[in-house]
Each structure stands twice: as C-alpha cells, then as structure tokens.
Design a protein around this ligand. Structure first.
Ligand code: TAP
Length: 480
C-alpha cells in the first residue's frame, strides 16, 4: 500500500509550495508510514481559491445531483473497506476489528444519509399578513473551513463533509497532522465518485499554521472545528475578522452514572465500552464513572477484571481489542495523569502504566486504567484525559449524583443505568449535556444530533440540525 501523501487542491494531488513534508507514524511501533506534504499559508490560499471557484456551479447543481455524488462515494467507501480500514488502523492505532466493523461502515453510512438528505431539506412558507406570500430559502454559506482531530479521522470527514456538501457548500479541510492518510484517500475516492474539482480540498498541515490561517481567512465563510477546548477558543478569536459562522465540537468529561437498581452486567459491559473503545480517545467517552455506594464494590469486582482482560496488541491483528494511543506525545500525556492521580491521593485500581510485553514496547500503548478519585473536584475528575483512563467516584443519592455529574464546565455526553423510568427521564432533563444515553452509552447515528453545551462547544453535527448549521436562511416576501 502506497498512501497518498500530497495536498489535494482543485482536484489534483500537489506538493506544498514550500516543498515541506512531515512524517506520519504507525503508533504500534513508531515507524514512519509516509512523508506527507505540509500545507503553508500560501497553500491554504490556493485551496480557498479553488473552493471559491467551484462554489457557484456546485451550489446551483440540483440538490439530488449533489446527493448522487455522495451516494456514489458511500458505495466506493464500502467497496474499499479493507484498504481504508487498514490505512486507518496503521495511522491511528484503531484495532482493525473497529476500523473494519465501525469506522468504515459508519463513514459510508453518514455520507449515504446526507446523500439522501440533499433533496429533502427545504424551506418553509409562513402565514404573514394578507396580501403577501412569505417563504424561506435555505442557502449554502459558501466556502467552509473544517479542522478535524486525530481520534476518528475517517468518520469525522463524513460528519463534517456530508452535510456541508449536501447543502451546496465547498470545502477546505485540514486533517490532523498525525493522521492525514485516510483523508487523502477519501479525497481520491471523491474525485472518482464525480465530485467536481475544487469542491473538496485537503490541506494537511500544522494546526498553528494551516488551521489557524483557515480560521482567519477572509475567503472562508464558516469554520467547523472538532478538537480541544483550548484550540476552540483560538478558532473563535481567529474567525472574528470576517465574522465567520463558527461550529465547535470540543472536549468532554462524560458522567456515566450507575444507580443501585441498574442491571449490573449490562452496566459493567456498557461502561467498559464507554471508556475503553478507541483507547478512550473519544470526546464522548464515559470518563467519569459515578457509582452508587451500595453497588460500588459489586460493580468494581466485575469491572476491574474485565478491564484487565482487554487484549492489547497490534491494531492489524484481528484479535486485538485495544490498540496503541495515536501518538507517543499523547501516551506521555495520559501516563502523566496517573502521576497527577497519585499526587492528589487517588487510588490506581487497574493499569496505570505502559504494558511491559516486549512486542508492545516500541508502541504508544497504555493499559486500561481505573483510578478512584478522592473528590469530584480533583483534576482527574475535572480534566479531559482522552485515554483509557476512567475516574471512579461514588454517590449516596440522586441529588449527589446530579451535582457531581453537572459539576464540570464540560457538557457533551452523559449516561445513566437504572430500572427507574421516572429517574431516567428526570436525569435526561437535568443533566448538563448535549447528549444523554439511558441504559446504554456512546450511541451515535447520522440522524441524531451530536454536540455539546458549555465548554464542550456549540452547534450540532448530524441530522437536520447539521443541515441548518451549513445553510443560512433567507426570507422572501412576495406582494400578491
Ligand atoms: P487540538 O490541538 O485541538 O487539535 C485538533 C485540530 O486542531 C488538529 O487538526 C490541530 O492541528 C488543529 N489545531 C491546533 N491548533 C490550531 C489553531 N491554532 N488553529 C486552528 N487549528 C488548530 O487537539 P490535540 O492537541 O490534537 O489534542 C489535545 C487534547 O484535545 C486531547 O488530549 C483531548 O483532550 C482534546 N481532543 C478532543 C477531541 C474531541 S473529538 N473533542 C479530539 C482531539 C483532541 P494539528 O494537531 O494537526 O497541528
């Protein structure tokens, strides 16, 4: 497999004007997978120009025609499942069973959903005063800048591009510098699906250079970002010049609450999925495990051995359940939180280190880690670790559970396990979160709005909400 490694601008693969490149590595052994072109400001200018040129024709194309391209793309993604899955696993460390069984089908499914949506999203007629017809048009915003992180590079292309393209926008995307490979392959598949040149442009590069400039760029009408809250703030500031529309999907510190009446087996399994899927590198991870004091011991008696039994290994091995973290830098950051935990009096119940096995020694692995915090105000109960690291807290009653759950500045996803219907619906209302899962955790679907409140950002991906985000409404008055 020789991965694409150049920028994709105006329908062609091209080097950066500076000629600079950056290696992307396999986190299993830190070997270099490819030297990828590094976009500078002048390359972002080229990409924005291409997107501006492509906008009039693409936005005027009948919506069903735009949808057809996305439907074709979904088919091509499925037809290339094995290659895309391997590329994603090599570049990110996702276990191949997840890349093949989740990332690729979800990416295709999301493009298919928005392909079907293209000609079903419509304006309204509004009953105004007599003598006038009033209706609304939903118009694309123009050139959209999209900046995505490294934790789900493939899926995030579809989440961000699906609605933007269906609505008639053109795009300049900056993938994360450490995981650009599947994005570039998708760009190639897009061309094959019939996407006109310039509609989608990919500029892998540094966030501080290409990402920042995209957020500042006067030719970009909207910036959509997924990543850390700190970078989200920078994006808001950078985008102020031309008052861009901004959409932010930021970090989280999801509360996963297990009540005394929960089905314990389901809660234990669901809580393991909530934190350990994708090595915990998910903004919606259930990274705070809130246990009712009556069942805390019984829960942990099952949960700790389950965590210890998770099979770490080479992502390309079908038997692997957890791969490495996506970079050595991130592995260091996650392990540093184990020291933070110890320093603030936390108790490490499982993991807390890089595995000792020889075959994993060169990789960015961290064992599934469970830490009991002393108080809900501890750093490990407040800050996003973004790894296979779950912080355990206990509570006495519903009021305390709610206070702890809502006691962070984040508000992305939260979940609860209970047999009490009234309690479930009360918590669904009162949790400070954009998404709530009841007797489940971390479900996503292209039809269901995804996004947060508070420091987790604003705007929604998926569903009709995403189409609203990528359009602006025009009110038309007709004197009849
Ligand atoms: P970020 O720095 O936020 O990176 C996300 C994306 O933003 C990357 O493409 C990055 O580029 C780009 N970026 C960085 N600085 C930018 C700037 N000034 N202007 C525009 N774009 C910029 O996240 P990270 O460093 O990868 O991870 C740090 C922490 O963020 C994680 O540990 C986790 O807590 C959180 N995080 C959250 C999410 C989600 S899904 N909410 C995803 C990733 C990370 P480059 O990285 O390519 O330089």
């Amino acid at each position: 497999m020789t991965p694409r490694h150049q920028l994709f601008i105006a329908g062609e693969f091209t080097d950066a004007l500076s000629g600079e490149t950056l290696p992307t590595r396999n986190p299993h052994d830190n070997s270099v997978l490819a030297e990828v072109a590094l976009a500078g400001r002048e390359d972002v200018d080229r990409a924005v120009e291409a997107a501006q040129k492509a906008f009039p024709a693409w936005s005027r194309l009948p919506a069903a025609e735009r949808g057809r391209v996305l439907l074709k793309l979904a088919d091509l993604i499925e037809a290339n499942t094995e290659e895309l899955a391997r590329l994603e696993s090599l570049d990110t460390g996702h276990p191949i069973r997840d890349s093949r069984g989740l990332d690729v089908p979800r990416t295709a499914g999301c493009f298919r959903y928005f392909g079907g949506m293209a000609d079903k999203f419509q304006g309204e007629t509004i009953p105004v005063e007599a003598g006038f017809l009033n209706y609304t048009l939903r118009e694309p915003v123009g050139v959209v800048g999209q900046v995505v992180p490294w934790n789900f590079p493939l899926m995030f292309i579809s989440w961000k591009m699906g609605p933007a393209l269906a609505a008639g926008n053109t795009i300049v995307m900056k993938p994360a510098e450490i995981t650009p490979l599947t994005s570039l392959r998708i760009a190639e598949l897009m061309a094959q699906a019939g996407m006109p040149p310039g509609v989608v442009n990919m500029v892998p590069g540094l966030g501080s250079v290409a990402g920042q400039y995209l957020a500042e760029h006067p030719g970009v009408a909207k910036i959509a970002f997924t990543g850390s809250t700190a970078t989200g703030r920078r994006i808001v500031q950078a985008s102020a010049g031309n008052l861009k529309k901004v959409q932010l999907e930021l970090g989280g510190k999801g509360a996963n609450i297990v009540f005394e009446d929960a089905n314990l087996v389901a809660a234990v399994n669901g809580s393991a999925w909530a934190i350990f899927h994708n090595q915990g590198q998910a903004c919606i991870a259930g990274s705070r495990l809130l246990l009712h004091e009556k069942i805390a011991d019984a829960f942990l008696e099952k949960f700790i051995p389950l965590a210890r039994s998770i099979k770490l290994g080479n992502p390309l091995d079908d038997a692997t359940e957890m791969g490495p973290l996506t970079s050595a830098q991130h592995q260091e950051r996650v392990l540093a939180y184990v020291e933070v935990a110890r320093a603030e009096g936390g108790e490490v119940l499982a993991g807390g280190r890089a595995p000792v096995a020889q075959e994993l020694a060169q990789g960015c692995y961290v064992e599934p880690t469970i830490v009991r915090a002393k108080t809900p105000r501890d750093r490990i109960a407040q800050e996003e670790v973004f790894g296979p690291f779950v912080t355990v807290l206990t509570f006495r009653d519903d009021e305390e559970a709610l206070a702890i759950a809502n006691g962070t500045d984040y508000g992305l996803g939260s979940g609860l396990w209970t047999a009490n219907l009234q309690r479930a619906h009360r918590f669904a209302r009162e949790l400070h979160a954009g998404m709530v899962w009841i007797n489940s955790y971390k479900r996503v679907n292209p039809g269901s709005p995804f996004g947060g409140v508070g420091l987790s950002g604003y705007g929604r991906e998926m569903g009709f909400d995403a189409m609203r985000e990528y359009t602006q409404v025009k009110s038309v008055w007709v004197n009849v």
